[in-house]
Design a protein around this ligand. Structure first.
Ligand code: ADP
Length: 270
């Protein structure tokens, strides 16, 4: 729902006229509403693991003379505190990248390295599900930006591709460059995303299946972090997906003018 908020200030001007100043506050109130929403969501999301942790701690105390129960509850306690840690981490990351334009403070970044690093992080979980995780292609130019934020964004996308795929499938990361734009595709043969959810999954805390997301260690913030990071770098994220067949996330980022060779001083001078 969109509504317009206008603040009016009326001031007398001479004895015959009054001056009316209209001030469009629509954007301000919308930002405020979004912020309040976020705070409400965060509190809600934090309450679940915090509640579980204190309940488990109590249960462990009560079960002190049953070592087997203690060990079982301790494991769950561990799992819940990991979840809490992941959630806090993502909330911090998201607030860091939200509405910030990192490009001004950026440096040349080699996306080939970024992708290699991000893929490495997903190797173990991929192996555990016998998922064939491969990178193809190479980018000739760097992009301008923040190495760590870009790594975080691609890690989220690759991590999702593995998490939302069944065993014995393939996840491919493709690198290509055209017309000064670097393109990275992350393709999986996973559960896919229905058309009506495709836009919403980029919203904070939106998950198609909250139970599944939680079970696999998701926080519901990954894709909104991705979107903010890529937008901050002057790029865009596109999604193609079909339920039951798989998904492809495509990231496009503007490349720097120089090739990598130029930057290392190996190219011939003009
Ligand atoms: P989460 O931590 O839940 O994975 P994300 O913001 O990364 O949060 O993703 C939001 C939701 O989008 C996920 O809960 C899942 O429903 C859906 N999703 C994301 N990536 C994929 C994918 N590769 N395949 C299928 N569904 C996906």
């Amino acid at each position: 729902e969109t509504s317009m908020v206008v603040h009016l200030r009326v001031a007398p001007l001479g004895d015959e006229y009054i001056l009316v100043l209209a001030d469009d506050r629509t954007e301000v109130s919308r930002t405020e509403a979004v912020r309040n929403d976020f705070v409400a969501n965060v509190s809600h999301e934090l309450k679940t693991p915090v509640g579980a942790i204190s309940l488990l701690a109590e249960t462990i105390e009560d079960a002190a003379d049953d070592p087997e129960a203690v060990s079982r509850f301790s494991q769950r306690l561990h799992k819940e505190s990991n979840r809490l840690a992941a959630l806090v981490q993502d909330i911090i990351e998201l607030s860091r990248v939200q509405g910030k334009n990192v490009v001004h403070a950026g440096r040349p970044v080699d996306l080939n390295h970024v992708i290699a690093e991000a893929v490495d992080r997903s190797r173990l979980p991929a192996e555990a599900k016998n998922i064939d995780l491969k990178v193809g292609g190479r980018l000739p130019r760097r992009v301008h930006g923040d190495h760590d934020q870009l790594t975080m964004a691609f890690r989220n996308l690759i991590d999702n591709a593995v998490r939302y795929s069944p065993e014995n499938t393939r996840v491919g990361v493709g690198l290509s460059s055209r017309d000064g734009i670097a393109q990275v595709t992350i393709t999986d043969q996973g559960i896919g995303i229905a058309p009506e959810n495709q836009e919403r999954i980029f919203e904070r805390f939106y998950r198609v299946d909250a139970a599944r997301s939680r079970q696999t260690g998701g926080t519901g913030l990954g894709l909104s972090i991705v979107k903010h990071v890529i937008t901050n770098h002057g790029g865009e994220v596109a999604l193609w997906s079909q339920p039951g067949r798989g998904s492809t996330f495509t990231v496009r980022l503007p490349e720097l003018e120089e090739g990598l060779d130029d930057l290392t001083g190996l190219s011939s001078a003009e």
